[in-house]
Design a protein around this ligand. Sequence first.
Ligand SMILES: Nc1nc2c(c(=O)[nH]1)N(C=O)[C@@H](CNc1ccc(C(=O)N[C@@H](CCC(=O)O)C(=O)O)cc1)CN2
Ligand SMILES: Nc1nc2c(ncn2[C@@H]2O[C@H](COP(=O)(O)OP(=O)(O)OP(=O)(O)O)[C@@H](O)[C@H]2O)c(=O)[nH]1
Ligand SMILES: [K+]
Length: 454
Amino acid sequence: MLSRHADPIAAIATAPGRGAVGIVRVSSPQDLSPLILAVCGKPLRPREATYLPFRDAAGVAIDQGLALHFPAPHSYTGEHVLELQAHGGAVVMQLLLARVIEAGAGVRLAEPGEFTQRAFLNGKLDLAQAEAVADLIDASTEAAARSASRALGGALSHEVGALRDQLIQLRMLVEATLDFPEEEIDFLEKADAFGRLDRLTAQLQAVQARTRQGALLRDGLKVVLAGQPNVGKSSLLNALAGAELAIVTPIPGTTRDKVSQTIQIEGVPLHITDTAGLRDETADEVERIGVSRSWDAIADADVVLFLHDLGRVGQPDYEAEDERIRARLAGVDANRIVQVFNKTDLGAAPAGEIALSLKTGNGLEALRRRLLQTAGWQAVPEGLFIARERHVQALARTAEHLALARAIAEQRDAALDLLAEELRLAHDALGEITGAFSADELLGVIFSSFCIGK
Ligand SMILES: Nc1nc2c(c(=O)[nH]1)N(C=O)[C@@H](CNc1ccc(C(=O)N[C@@H](CCC(=O)O)C(=O)O)cc1)CN2
Ligand SMILES: Nc1nc2c(ncn2[C@@H]2O[C@H](COP(=O)(O)OP(=O)(O)OP(=O)(O)O)[C@@H](O)[C@H]2O)c(=O)[nH]1
Ligand SMILES: [K+]
């Protein structure tokens, strides 16, 4: 893909199918005047919508619509861009797309994300903003859309930029000092280099916290409902989803395979999976496979809700089975397991535990809050921007290098060249977020996940 940046590209920019208006878009490093003359019949005034017929090779009008010419560099991609805004029928769009590929010298179909990739390569957007374009398009909740819009506006980029500016100052100080080895430490102390490093670390931690929230908003949380047969797992899925998704019956072993649904609480997506009730002894082959899948889902979960049936708590068979499950759950990080006692209409829950009756709906709200808390969600923060796991990881690596730098600085005969190196690595890690330092491979992965025409 990267070797083909000189090609003119074209795509249908609007959603496939039937629509009131559809847009075919062309972007090219070369002047688009010949293509415009061929299809629109006359030159277009820059950035001004002109109503005219779009003509095929024989001069016959394919459609009448609005043509828009954005001469470089003042366009979305930073290249020359032509938009044909036509009636949004699937066939009209295909004909216009075929027409611009035929009439424009060297024009080829754009790959997914290629327009936005060009915007990135031409400096119109940084990498975090380009990712926000895709996240805005994919947003499924208002909170996600508003946060993606803030990231597109540069919210994350600005925070990263502020950290980077301070890091650059610190690096300059340290590298300047390398030239005067006799007085290094004194010099750095006078310049408050270590105070700067500490303040930078504190600011980085604040950005990390906001970025984690943004990533949670984008990716959500995998929640698995687990427990013995008949404890109310399917009832809980249905209650959280507000729909009858999974079959609820008094027969133990009703759910035999995973049932999943994404819900949202305060805009945070929760991917909830109901599993087959866990029991060791079952003669049913299908149920046995279901139970094995339940354990796979549990291993893959961010949060496991371990349900108990208050109608049966205390009964020896029931307790023995719960004990077996508990033993097997020992391999799962305890912070990821939430005990939930269901059927409070049948018995009292142990003090301090999450208690619920799916029959009456009691306790459901408290459980929702607890889920958000376990996820690390802190209310709806002002100015939240959407983010990705990639950003969280890059910030974590930045923090690691700053911590190493601090540790080196604390040593008596601090090796300033090592300190300088850690600061450089911190700088590189930070730069990955906005794409200042990014491998082509990474860019390929990011842009290929865009929809076509973007
Ligand atoms: N018809 C249409 N609508 C669209 C887009 C598009 O490409 N076409 N967009 C595509 O995603 C988004 C808007 N993004 C855009 C970003 C920059 C420029 C642009 O012309 N930038 C120039 C001038 C800026 C200015 O005048 O302030 C530039 O950056 O120099 C256009 C669209 C959403 N709506
Ligand atoms: N009394 C009472 N019954 C409940 C409550 N919650 C669920 N039930 C009943 O318990 C039975 C089992 O509920 P399910 O939701 O199917 O349980 P499950 O854990 O998914 O069961 P399996 O599919 O066997 O794993 C059904 O008859 C429900 O109506 C509750 O809070 N109180
Ligand atoms: K069930």
